[in-house]
Design a protein around this ligand. Structure first.
Ligand code: GLP
Length: 263
């Protein structure tokens, strides 16, 4: 696991956008897994800037989103569908036919989830999956207790997540209690994973993800089993890591090697 510690949210966002842009430039028809939440907003802003000012081309990528609230349609302002169009897709040249977001209004949920998994496979698998992390250590909506082998399915949200996400809704009662979410097993099949976290409220989850045991109680900890994970966190989110200076040292070495390679 590569750990990159940035001074603040802004630097975290720029670093993440740089990695995503590199992926798209190296493989223009990349399959990118997108995440929602407050954390990736700065990254998406930077990607939009790169598209507008530097011509970063999204036209050949295929996208798969991690999750969607169950019961919310694409026009609902709090749906993840709406979020993705509002904060990224409407501002870049992504092909709408290549966008996949779980359908919060799916009638046959089981059939829909099965099809979603098949579509990921048909696209050749996810090349780069972007992730945030919940305060309880969840990735996508894989709440504590989710099987580390889980696949896309209907999940019940934890109390803590409902409270955290209430800030996007008028009142807490409006937050859906269920969601469709890729499973931990689905996420682990992505070729590369990029997890972002910012702020002190994420420090415990980040410490558990990087330095804790692999456990279904912190589904992000399953990323320790993946061979190509980059975690970009700001100083506040890194504040509870025991080996912070070691990660910084390793990151410096990586950068020196990368610089040498590009000479
Ligand atoms: C939700 C999403 C997750 C996201 C998490 C953290 O629960 N399903 O994918 O990582 O929120 O969100 P935020 O970035 O707003 O803290």
């Amino acid at each position: 696991m590569r750990v990159i510690i940035t001074k603040d949210y802004d630097e975290m966002s720029k670093e993440a956008a740089r990695i995503i842009a590199k992926q798209i430039k190296e493989k223009p028809d990349s399959v990118i897994g997108f995440a929602t939440g407050g954390t990736p907003l700065g990254t998406y802003k930077e990607l939009i800037r790169m598209h507008k000012e530097g011509g970063l081309d999204f036209s050949k990528i295929t996208t798969f989103n991690l999750d969607e609230y169950y019961g919310l349609g694409p026009d609902h302002p709090q749906s993840y569908h709406y979020y993705m169009f509002e904060n990224l897709f409407n501002h870049v040249n992504v092909d709408p036919k290549k966008i996949h977001i779980p359908d919060g209004l799916a009638k046959d949920v089981e059939a829909f989830c099965k099809k979603y998994e098949e579509e990921i496979k048909k696209a050749g698998g996810i090349d780069l999956q972007i992730l945030g992390i919940g305060r309880d250590g969840h990735i996508a909506f894989n709440e504590p207790g989710s099987s580390l082998a889980s696949r896309t399915r209907l999940v019940a949200l934890a109390e803590e997540t409902i409270k955290d996400n209430a800030r996007f809704f008028e009142k807490e009662e409006d937050v859906p209690r269920y969601a469709l979410s890729m499973g931990v097993g689905t996420i682990l099949e992505a070729k590369k994973i990029l997890l972002l976290a910012s702020g002190e409220s994420k420090a415990d989850a980040v410490a558990a993800l990087i330095e804790g045991p692999v456990t279904s109680q912190v589904t992000a900890s399953a990323l320790q089993l993946h061979p190509d994970v980059t975690v970009i966190i700001d100083e506040a989110a890194a504040s509870k890591l025991k080996r912070k200076s070691y990660y910084k040292f390793v990151d410096k070495m990586y950068r020196m090697l990368e610089e040498k390679k590009s000479l």
